[in-house]
Design a protein around this ligand. Structure first.
Ligand SMILES: [Zn+2]
Length: 324
């Protein structure tokens, strides 16, 4: 703040001293601009409404929904770099899209609140936007309180970005402790309904913007992935973390816990584990994201949708609507 003030004061001083020089440098005549005629139909318009997707509904449709159900999925996403091939909105867009898919098979509303999440360790790559965990939980709790006032009761918080994990759990706890609403962490809720993956051998290191995530984007947002730009990253982990990678790949829970306690942390921590410290292009994977496929993404989304629908149906059976 102080620096910004100094700079602007200095700029004013220079302008007062030599107004002609400054204006000659900064004032270029704009090109002759012809009138822009827009096509009859907005070429960017959303072609149709998606069922149970709150931003596209009218208030009367939401009122009708409330007669049938009190459940809302709230995706918690992020705007952060996903390598040269993936859109910055990957986590927000994919989380919202999976929630919308669930809402086509279970009568549940989808209400995104924020696009941005907590991603300070990605800020070295332009376009990443990060909010503090304090701000994020405050915004979600206030938004959920406004829905509780209208008759919504059950909230399924769907975290779509690893960095939001603790915040998501805090939001869930605040709703349950402080309001008449009931919240669950959807990722935790679906675990008993997820099909166990076959085979238990070591898995490749493929954590951020890699084959898994790019595959999901290829299925959920195919028009937004630039697979031609995808390439294998040059990883440069701090040596003590590099040494843990084989145990992490083997699925050792303790190694994974201590590895992630240190990895992916913002620069100010001095850990040297922000993404631009550890990867040249933002992809944190040993695999080549160019090998991602929409089929792998479809299979992952299918597992998620089935597990989420099964959880929702069981919750509705355990606690039917309008039971106080
Ligand atoms: Zn992501």
């Amino acid at each position: 703040m102080k620096n910004a003030m100094l700079v602007s004061t200095a700029a004013l001083f220079v302008a007062a001293l030599a107004p002609s020089t400054v204006s000659a440098q900064s004032q270029k005549a704009p090109p002759d601009r012809t009138w822009i005629t827009l096509p009859e139909a907005n070429p960017l318009a959303t072609p149709h409404k998606t069922k149970n997707y709150l931003p596209e509904m009218t208030w009367t449709e939401v009122a009708e929904f409330l007669k049938r159900s009190d459940m809302v999925i709230i995706p918690v996403g992020s705007i952060e770099q996903h390598g040269p091939q993936g859109p910055l909105g990957t986590d927000f867009l994919n989380g919202t899209e999976e929630a919308k898919l669930v809402a086509q098979y279970a009568d549940v509303l989808v209400a995104p609140i924020l696009m941005v999440g907590n991603s300070p360790y990605h800020l070295g790559f332009p376009g990443t936007i990060s909010l503090s965990t304090e701000t994020i939980q405050k915004v979600y709790v206030e938004a959920i309180e406004s829905m509780i006032g209208q008759g919504f009761k059950r909230f399924l918080i769907l975290n779509a970005h690893g960095g939001n994990q603790a915040t998501t759990k805090f939001i869930v706890d605040r709703i349950n402790q402080e309001t008449p609403g009931i919240a669950v962490d959807l990722g935790e809720a679906i675990r008993p309904f997820m099909k166990q993956a076959a085979g238990t051998g070591p898995k490749p290191f493929d954590r951020h913007g890699g084959v898994n995530e790019t595959s999901s984007s290829l299925y959920l947002q195919p028009g937004l992935v630039n697979l031609d730009a995808a390439r294998r990253a040059k990883l440069k982990l701090p040596p003590h973390l590099e040494a843990m990678v084989p145990a992490v790949k083997a699925g050792d829970p303790t190694a994974t816990l201590v590895f992630l306690a240190e990895a992916l942390k913002q620069k100010s921590t001095g850990k040297g584990t922000a993404t631009d410290d550890m990867t040249d292009i933002g992809v944190w994977s040993e695999l080549d994201p160019a090998t991602a496929t929409a089929e792998q993404g479809r299979a992952d989304s299918e597992k998620f949708v089935n597990a989420a629908v099964r959880f929702i149906e069981k919750w509705q059976a355990l606690r039917p609507i309008n039971v106080d």
